[in-house]
Design a protein around this ligand. Structure first.
Ligand code: MLT
Length: 259
């Protein structure tokens, strides 16, 4: 497996063009993993764990309203956030704590967030598209080991085009686990080696790192301390959100045999 880490969506090459990077051949990848630890991809995994039927993501709010109208009212929830704050008129914001089975089971979440949904848009055409967070890191790694994609792009959502500590550390957590499972035989670019070093340094202090992170401080100021602790719970959710049609994510089957 060859791993490429992108610290922000803007660094991701156009998936329609072939490029060269770090001496490794770079065709459009077999698999892309989008990460937004605080909090979009953590919330997606939790919603699916709580029995949501699917998450449909939108960059554009007009499209979200238009398309969600076609879904029966009792089976849809609008989830929207900008700058960490729930959008007016929406059923949910972007907190995993809101995604209880009572609230989301059997429902489709029509979701738009500041950075996470934009990052997904960037790699929408990749054949296997997953989302990852610290909480579902082990499930994502198990899925990758079973599928054995040749090239994997790990795309951190970042914050308004800038590097985010929490997303890059999650990329490092995935790369470390893949490396360990494959006898350190995973090829990675320089960014993935840096991400692994970050994870190795902080893996026992994830709640603290999330509080140092720029967006972690924003969320703490908004009173979302509980979310920070939840988002730092590594390997706690056994769900892999997988794109099944453009923009629609469902829980992948994890009854997989690894080779
Ligand atoms: C995002 O997409 O930028 C977020 O997930 C922000 C948040 O609600 O914490």
């Amino acid at each position: 497996m060859e791993i490429f880490v992108y610290h922000t969506p803007d660094q991701v090459p156009d998936t329609h063009s072939a490029a060269r990077k770090g001496g490794l051949s770079l065709e459009p990848p077999d698999c892309a993993i989008v990460i937004d630890v605080l909090r979009a991809t953590t919330t997606m995994a939790t919603a699916l764990e709580s029995g949501a039927e699917a998450i449909q993501v939108f960059d554009d709010l007009d499209a979200l309203f238009r398309i969600s109208q076609r879904w029966p009212t009792e089976r849809r929830l609008l989830a929207g956030e900008r700058g960490g704050i729930k959008l007016e008129g929406f059923d949910l914001g972007n907190s995993p704590a809101e995604c209880t089975p009572t609230r989301v089971s059997g429902k489709r979440l029509f979701m738009s967030t500041t950075n996470g949904t934009r990052a997904l848009e960037r790699v929408r055409c990749v054949p296997i598209l997953l989302t990852a967070a610290l909480t579902n890191r082990a499930a994502v790694v198990r899925y990758l080991l079973a599928q054995q994609p040749h090239t994997v792009w790990i795309v951190a959502a970042g914050w308004h085009g800038s590097f985010s500590l929490e997303d890059t550390i999650c990329a490092g957590a995935i790369a470390c686990a893949l490396n360990a499972a494959q006898d350190n035989d995973c090829a990675g670019d320089d960014e993935s080696i840096a991400a692994m070093a970050l994870f190795e340094r902080w893996q026992t202090r994830l709640p603290q790192l999330l509080r140092y992170a720029h967006h972690g401080r924003n969320l703490a100021a908004l009173g979302c301390e509980t979310d920070l602790d939840y988002c730092a719970q590594i390997d706690s959710v056994d769900i892999v959100p997988l794109q099944v049609e453009p923009g629609v994510l469902k829980a992948a089957s994890l009854n997989l045999s690894t080779t």
